[in-house]
Design a protein around this ligand. Sequence first.
Ligand SMILES: *Cc1c(COP(=O)(O)O)cnc(C)c1O
Length: 467
Amino acid sequence: MTDQSEFRAALESAVEHALAWRDDGPKTPIVPSVTADDLRLAFDIGLPARGRDGVEVINALADAALPGLVANTHPNFYAWVQGGSHPIGVAADLLTSSWGQNAGIYQCTPASAIAEEVAGKWLLDLLSLPKDSSVAFTTGATMASFICLAAARSEVLHRAGYDLEQEGLMGAPRIHVFLGREAHTTIHSDLRYLGFGKQDLIEIDVDDQGRMDAADLKTKMESVEGPKIVITQAGHINSGAFDPFADIIPITRAHKAWVHVDGAFGLWARAVPELAPLAFGVDGADSWTTDGHKWLQVPYDSGFAFIRDEQAHLRAMDVTASYLVKSESDGRNPSSYVPELSRRARGFAVWAVLQALGREGVSEMVARHCACAKHLQKRLAEFDGLTILNDVVLNQVAIAFESDDTTQRVIDHIRTENQNFVLGAMWKERVILRISIIARQTSLPDIDVLADSIVSAYRNVKPASVR
Ligand SMILES: *Cc1c(COP(=O)(O)O)cnc(C)c1O
């Protein structure tokens, strides 16, 4: 076979598998039942001495993987805050891989650099963030916050008269980092990568929805001297709640602090006029993180860092070498804004998904998911035996039954029914059934199915004596 015909045959085979997976008909198990050992057996077929036929390889890959895939492209997927890879994004990604570009620097792939530049501008517009902010296309929200906090670290030291890039972290004045007690766990990872220890962190009290208490922040910021970073949240992982930015940001000004916003999913409320007030004041911050691969449905990996002060961003991330040339008329070098040099042309899929959804498509989807969450709340309110622990303001519904044991058994029962993919979490020291409504196609009829299955699972697991 020629190279080209082998490529065509392998692609066609991959496309068939892709279409079968996305078929809306009866699914392979929505909850995989396969064990790790089953998968080891399926994958560990030995490294062949000689290469195999391409179509055979693609078929073997699909056979081995299928039993261990999770249905997060399915409308009844509620287990994590995850997106479902928009089909047009997937097609764009296939093209991206086929083009085989390295999007590190402009001259390496001019088209990719400009696609990121333009898509970045659209994102700032959709999210109503300061339009001159710099944008980095990352692997996800974890790395986006890493970048934002690296810029923050450089800038707050700079404001204190210390040149981090020249003098290094070891001799730097101590930076205090203020964050809510219920900050997302990945923020703690980012801080660790950046050289912060637990003793540098000052945790701020939160209310019953996990929102930062602005008065406590004020008191605690006044209690220490020196450079300060404040990390807030748009969209709490269990409740969907937003920190009170309009109260928080003015407090931080007197301290010349940098305010970062982890808005991995919640920032998308800004794309819906009726929901935008949830994040009121958020545009006064210095940096923002959101994901592409969650609510925007861009295929993995996709996240964005937005930074008001481009110079601080570049100080933290820029990379230079004689062969990384850039002339005056070139576009920006994507690698100047992220930790990697060689990288995937991430902007193409983002550009394509934004074109496929349009401003109204993004807004309709986010609004629909939030309406679904309210609908679930309403359906479950008719029913004794459970409590919804959060104010349902966004797409998250945190449900607890009379005991942790019952909640866990309800979750297990729903999972065995194989109709809805749900999972538990811990919040407020209770086991919760945490429903995240974020899969692209989820709509009200899906929520009726879910509500029925929650109620019937409860009836099933409840001891007969109290039924
Ligand atoms: C998902 C999430 C993250 C981490 O994002 P990744 O894209 O998985 O790296 C951070 N913060 C919040 C609030 C999240 O929901």
